[in-house]
Ligand binder design. Structure first.
Ligand code: FES
Ligand code: FES
Length: 216
């Protein structure tokens, strides 16, 4: 409604009408902005200078076809993931342990195409088309691997945290032909640390198992 002063003046009436419309519009915009903020609408939040949540990019994905402990796997994984994390977190194969996550302790040792690798330093995407063996896959028909039995026989562990990695490295060490003396075993097992200091038993177990594996 226009007031009496504006009634006879077309310019005044337009100005008054504009003022009403402008006030209504501003009120409406403020209400919409408030609702937007309450609902977490970042477009509205940005318009009044509120901080934005960081934009998280979609992680890069990689498709990996691999064989793990004789079983085929077709995985879609984060291309940046380590083999250790995929084994432990996605496939529930928790035998390989995370000790240092920096390639310095050997607790995460597994085999890729028969060769020992530190799975914490190996991109899971790199095992595409390859065969992975973990501690869960070395026994057969419910029987322990010769190396596992030798570790038990020689009391080659205390807390056991390093043991899966020690056993995987030890099997590789035998297959590489580096078990001809206790010194050679110590040298070629030096990448596997045992914080409990079970080294005498570990060397004895490897020496014993090497003899039996060569026979077998
Ligand atoms: S966890 Fe991989 S070497 Fe220590
Ligand atoms: S048995 Fe405890 S770290 Fe090796």
């Amino acid at each position: 409604m226009l007031d009496d002063r504006a009634a006879g003046n077309p310019l005044q009436s337009i100005a008054t009408e504009f003022a009403i419309d402008r006030r209504t519009t501003l009120k409406g915009a403020a209400a919409v902005t408030a609702v937007g903020i309450l609902l977490g609408d970042h477009a509205h939040a940005r318009s009044i200078g509120a901080p934005l949540h960081p934009v998280v990019p979609e992680p890069n994905r990689a498709v990996v076809r691999t064989t793990i402990n004789g079983q085929p796997f077709h995985l879609t994984i984060d291309a940046r993931a380590s083999l250790l994390d995929v084994l432990r977190e996605e496939l529930d194969l928790t035998g390989a342990k995370k000790g240092c996550d920096h390639g310095q302790c050997g607790a995460c040792t597994v085999h890729v195409d028969g060769l020992r690798v530190a799975s914490c330093l190996t991109f899971a995407a790199k095992v595409d088309g390859r065969e992975v063996t973990t501690i869960e896959g070395i026994g057969s028909d419910g029987e322990l691997h010769v190396m596992q039995q030798a570790f038990i026989d020689h009391d080659a562990l205390q807390c056991g945290y390093c043991t899966p990695g020690q056993i995987m490295a030890a099997i590789a060490c035998v297959n590489e032909g580096h078990t001809n003396s206790p010194d050679e075993i110590r040298e070629f097992m030096s990448g596997n640390i045992c914080r409990c200091g079970a080294y005498p038993g570990i060397v004895a177990a490897i020496s014993d198992a090497a003899t039996r594996m060569r026979r077998g």
